[in-house]
Design a protein around this ligand. Structure first.
Ligand SMILES: NC(=O)C1=CN([C@@H]2O[C@H](COP(=O)(O)OP(=O)(O)OC[C@H]3O[C@@H](n4cnc5c(N)ncnc54)[C@H](OP(=O)(O)O)[C@@H]3O)[C@@H](O)[C@H]2O)C=CC1
Ligand SMILES: N[C@@H](CC=O)C(=O)O
Ligand code: NA
Length: 449
């Protein structure tokens, strides 16, 4: 039996996937049953690093998703359109779909999974979060009996690379970003990475899968890393923390019906925490549930080979299901020939498909209870720390630590770390503090894990 693939895109991920599928010896034997039937690209004249038989590559992507011979469509184009429309058309044509496109799934997952369920096909997306790291399938399968209450990830390699370099080499954000672009880690327009939008897409997907309900992207609170300065990295280091861009989905109370807080922001992570030692372009996702406790997934979040590993394993899962389906239907056909009453079946493996049907209840960021780190620039006057303390106290914010170590020009620099506080109360205190005559500015405000 040959399972025919239509691959949309032959860039970094498409090329890596084709290479892996063609070089299949010593891997799972089912890979040998896969035929790369059509590959869709934008330009036929572009040089390719993989060799495919004449006529396989085409610019007519529509003809791939509607081709009756194709069993599985692999979408590795990127961007929202035409990726979304092609995925929907493939599903309507009865194809199973594998995609690496977190942007499409985070925005249109609802539409895509609903249609897939009606059509009785699978949409697989392991490569969309954490690149090569197996995290989507483990959440859907191996961990699905747990009550997952927390998912915390470093899910954007570019920002982790930038923060790592700022920390280890004392470089500025702008310098490291330029360096990351030169090395090809960051996008040409790095906004998606540095403003946390890529991480927001990924945590919306993880939160939906882990919680079993749908998370709307507009409910994900998102801050990027542009405001993280060398000064804060140095203070964090002295206080026993490293700064990481974390993507977090967490129940705000232990109750089963608790709303979820879903957010992306730079965070002070205690040096002894397992996520503190994830450096460079690597990703890691820490999952906490009952009864399992803590599980952490670590590895390469991007790159041709790593992402191809995830895409190909999704393909393989579908091939295995199709093979079983075919064997059963052959048996049914045999019985029909013997004049026994039968009907054909389509296998619907609930552990491969999405199970979220309803919207999640999301807690507003003001309801978050967390510790904060804040840095103030103040006039060098007696009593400033007292005034800060009074304002915080009025709003029920208790301080774990207050340090005044240095000066920036004529201004004194004061750093505070709070105890756990409701974000709404902390913000009210800051609003009042910012009106104090002695306060020049509040250059940094970061949450503490
Ligand atoms: N790169 C990575 O490490 C990772 C990527 N991903 C995701 O994988 C997906 C693909 O990324 P990547 O491989 O890096 O992207 P690339 O830009 O390297 O490749 C995109 C491919 O899609 C083709 N393409 C794009 N738009 C069209 C169009 N309108 N019509 C026809 N062909 C089109 C391009 O054709 P042509 O070659 O002719 O230009 C190219 O082959 C994205 O969703 C990305 O977010 C996920 C995890 C990691
Ligand atoms: N731009 C992304 C690539 C993979 O999703 C990243 O930096 O992690
Ligand atoms: Na993954």
């Amino acid at each position: 039996m040959g399972v025919k693939l239509g691959i949309l895109g032959l860039g970094t991920v498409g090329t890596g996937t084709v290479q892996l599928l063609l070089d299949n010896l010593g891997r799972h034997p089912l890979l040998q049953e896969i035929e790369i039937y059509r590959v869709g690209v934008r330009s036929l004249s572009k040089p390719r690093t993989v060799e495919l038989p004449e006529g396989v590559i085409t610019t007519d992507l529509e003809s791939i998703v509607t081709d009756p011979a194709i069993d599985i469509v692999v979408e590795v184009l990127g961007g929202l359109e035409p990726a979304r429309s092609l995925i929907l058309k493939a599903i309507r044509s009865g194809k199973h779909v594998v995609t690496a496109n977190k942007a499409v799934i985070a925005r249109y997952g609802d539409e895509i999974f609903t249609l897939a369920e009606q059509a009785g096909v699978c949409v697989m997306l392991e490569a969309a979060v954490g690149g090569g790291i197996p995290v989507i399938q483990p959440l859907k399968q191996s961990l699905s009996v747990n009550r997952i209450h927390t998912v915390i990830g470093i899910v954007n390699g570019t920002t982790n690379y930038i923060l790592t370099k700022m920390q280890t080499e004392g470089s500025s954000f702008e310098d490291v970003l330029a360096d990351a672009q030169k090395l090809g880690y960051a996008e040409a327009d790095p906004t998606t990475d540095v403003d946390g939008l890529d991480a927001a897409d990924k945590i919306a997907i993880l939160a939906s899968i882990a919680s079993g309900c749908r998370v709307d992207l507009s409910d994900v609170y998102c801050e990027g890393i542009r405001q993280v300065s060398k000064t804060d990295i140095t203070y964090a280091e002295k206080l026993g923390f490293v700064i990481k861009l974390l993507a977090i989905a967490k129940k705000i109370t232990p109750s089963l019906s608790s709303p979820l807080s879903v957010r992306v922001h730079p965070t002070l992570v205690p040096k002894e925490h397992p996520l503190a030692s994830i450096y460079g372009v690597n990703n890691a996702i820490l999952v906490e549930g009952e009864p399992i406790g803590q599980v952490m997934f670590f590895g390469p979040g991007a790159g041709a080979g790593a992402t191809a590993s995830a895409v190909s394993s999704d393909i393989l899962n579908i091939v295995a299901a199709l093979k079983t389906e075919k064997a059963i239907n052959e048996e049914i056909l045999k019985q029909e020939l013997e004049n026994k009453p039968t009907s054909k079946i389509a296998l619907h493996n609930q552990l491969l498909t999405a199970r979220h049907q309803e919207d999640c209840q999301i807690a507003p960021i003001t309801e978050l209870v967390t510790q904060f780190y804040a840095r103030f620039l103040t006039k060098d006057q007696p009593g400033v720390i007292g005034k800060l303390g009074t304002c915080f106290g009025t709003h029920g914010v208790s301080l774990e630590l207050v340090v005044q170590t240095g000066f920036q020009g004529q201004l004194a620099e004061i750093v505070v770390v709070t105890h756990d506080v409701r974000e709404g109360d902390f913000r009210k205190a800051l609003t009042e503090i910012s009106t104090l005559e002695a306060i020049d500015s509040i250059p940094s405000l970061l949450r503490v894990l």
